[in-house]
Ligand binder design. Structure first.
Ligand code: F6P
Length: 319
């Protein structure tokens, strides 16, 4: 293969730049040309495509976000848009494409693969909601961001003797809430994978009070409940003043953690090598300590298991 392309799509995630850097340099080292496509599938439809060289990816390994820009494209979800996208890639001489993103991005990648563009997917999302891989690029940095916030909220909550509901991202997946709640020592973790009861939270708040605990940290995965309603109910029923912090997009930024840089570097390089070998329809993953490969269709259809043992552990340790 002579020329490949690379794009990032969907929500940005720290570590995407490490993957871009590795893919670009591996492609060049293997005598291929590589073109960057700006702003995901949206940019592809607009032909926003440029030649990349070794310097295009200098000084980016430590940077959050994505130097290519990203977007959530509606046109590319339709078959007509996908056909037009494949044609644009062909017009630019791009025979193979690396797509870094989440589930939605993979669906577009699979469509391109079916249309004859060799395509490799790299999982990039802070949500860790792709069942075929243990971890996605960006997840660990987001955990660091959340536990930094939890630590600060613990300080002020203890000083004032308050509880606090901390809403974290994750879309429909409780992993970010679970992992950061456990790592941050939260007293209550609310995730979409489990029914939650205000009674149980109130019981924990009261139990904590009795043994002299001044704060109560409730990590709430987005979409499970309204954080202000949860806080109001906890406050009314426990008598403990309860504040709300919605962490929002701060969780998507920041310099990538070592893990995300490593995952990005290894997967970016592997994706370019696979295209050099004319491979297509592959999603790279990280499972049981190994870099793994499944087809893009499998990648979007495999529903991962929620980590019940971690959830149990978090509950036991917070008592
Ligand atoms: O998929 C990443 C994510 O940050 C989710 O956690 C969140 O639900 C969503 O994207 C927010 O999307 P947007 O940036 O388009 O508001």
């Amino acid at each position: 293969m002579k020329t490949i392309g690379i794009l990032t799509s969907g929500g940005d995630a720290p570590g995407m730049n490490s993957a871009i850097r590795a893919a670009v340099r591996t492609a060049l080292n293997n005598g291929m040309r590589i073109k960057g496509i700006r702003n995901g599938y949206d940019g592809l439809m607009k032909g926003d495509i440029y030649e990349m060289n070794v310097s295009s990816v200098a000084d980016i390994i430590h940077k959050g976000g994505t130097i290519l820009g990203t977007a959530r494209s509606t046109e590319f979800k339709e078959a007509e848009g996908q056909k037009r996208g494949a044609q644009i890639l062909t017009d630019y001489g791009i025979e193979g494409l690396i797509v870094i993103g989440g589930d939605g991005s993979y669906k577009g990648a699979k469509a391109l693969s079916d249309l004859g563009i060799k395509t490799i997917g790299i999982p990039g999302t802070i949500d860790n909601d792709m069942g075929y891989t243990d971890f996605t690029i960006g997840f660990f940095t987001a955990i660091e961001t959340v536990i930094d916030a939890i630590g600060k909220l613990r300080d002020t909550s203890s000083s004032h003797g308050r509880a606090v509901v901390i809403e974290v991202m994750g879309r429909h997946c409780g992993d970010l809430a679970l992992f950061s709640g456990l790592a941050g020592g939260a007293e209550s973790i609310i995730v979409p994978e489990h029914k939650f009861s205000i009674d149980e939270i109130v019981e924990k708040v009261n139990h904590g009070r009795k043994r002299g605990k001044l704060h109560h940290l409730i990590v709430l995965a987005e979409g499970v409940g309204n954080p202000y309603t949860v806080a109001k109910e906890v406050e009314e029923r426990s008598g403990v003043e309860t504040k709300v912090t919605v962490l929002g997009h701060v969780q998507r930024g920041g310099s990538p953690s070592a893990t995300d840089r490593l995952l990005g570097s290894i997967m970016g390089a592997k994706a370019a090598e696979l295209l050099k070998d004319e491979k297509t329809n592959i999603a790279l993953g990280y499972t049981n300590g190994q870099i793994t490969q499944v087809s893009l269709d499998e990648a979007v259809s495999i529903k991962g298991d929620f980590n019940e043992s971690l959830y149990e552990l978090a509950n036991k340790l917070s008592k």
